[in-house]
Design a protein around this ligand. Sequence first.
Ligand SMILES: [Zn+2]
Ligand SMILES: [Zn+2]
Length: 395
Amino acid sequence: MSEQLPEPYQGAPLTTDPVVVKDDAADLKEYPTRFTAGAEDLAEPEIRVTALGTGYPARRAQGCAGFMMELGNGDVFIFDAGTGTNTSFNTLRVPYSKAVNFFLTHYHLDHIGDLPAYYDFGQSNGRLEPMNIHGPDGTDEDETIEAVVDALKRFARWHDHTKIGNLDPRGFDIQPHRFTADKAQVVYDANGVTITSFPVPHGIFGAVGYRLEYGGMSVVYAGDCEPSTLTVEHAQDVDLLIHEVFNPPETYVENMGWTEIQAKIVAWTKHTSPEAAAKVFEATKPRIAMGFHAIVAPGTPQPILDGVRTGYDGPFTLAQDYTVVNITPSQVVTRQTDVVPWDYIVTDKEYVAQMGGMQTDPSVMAGLPEWLEETVIPVPEIEAFKKELERMGAR
Ligand SMILES: [Zn+2]
Ligand SMILES: [Zn+2]
């Protein structure tokens, strides 16, 4: 086990243990050194967890919180939709028809900021069913997933008005799924997949973590939290425990101009320091622990590992965006992903065909008022097309 993490952004995952073997007797699946988006099929059962966003605040190298879990049965689950995570999703060659199951840990804006982006790009790129968004109830009715989805729909009102008739109406649907945050409970159970929520302490009441179980394997994503006995309880015997780990307060003071008291309140009393995370990791002994929500920059990973090592000596990864973890019954493998930043998003044409194709209905499209339309500088080919749309009923 190496006690030195590599420098970030050099192609290697920031992990002490790239391969954790669970079953010595098994034939181990072999993986390329790096994961190429769209290039690997999953076994059944197998789970692939991809970090879409791992930091705060969002910078080009790191989005805010978001993790995608793809399963060997074809299911995809997105946990948190932090600012910047949708950009990562768009480079992973997963079609929007798969971005229909969201689970939010809490409603801090850094965890929900990209919901409008998922909605927009799914609406126009082959998502022909609702976005199902699951989230906990907070203190009152204004702090529920229903309130968040209602606000999202109102936020998108002008946007939707322009798109009616052009885009398939099925892509306009967002369904909230609410549950209480006062106890652990199963919030999803279908197709051999169980997702259990459990309360976590994060500033005020209303934040949860999730445990996903599939094919005898499990992942806990604890979201944002202070170290808690509830997380320890619900992360027993887990393959991958994703738990926040903040940088030491001086990182924020020295580099970002935070005051010392601001940095300590945030890093120590709302969140989890590396030394505190070590207590959770030691009490749960996951196959591998993963820290996220830290600023990953040259020089920052090693102090985090050193802090974790004050109380935990098991396998540990500090998540960067595009860190990918494959979990099978016999091993847990951690790598970085190769993406093409300018790659196109993909549409699942087979799915769209099964859904009867994407429907356009110009007769219900909204248009400009006449005086404003008259200011549009005509181009013959486009004028002819507009006439055609009028024959199809467009105003
Ligand atoms: Zn938070
Ligand atoms: Zn956060």
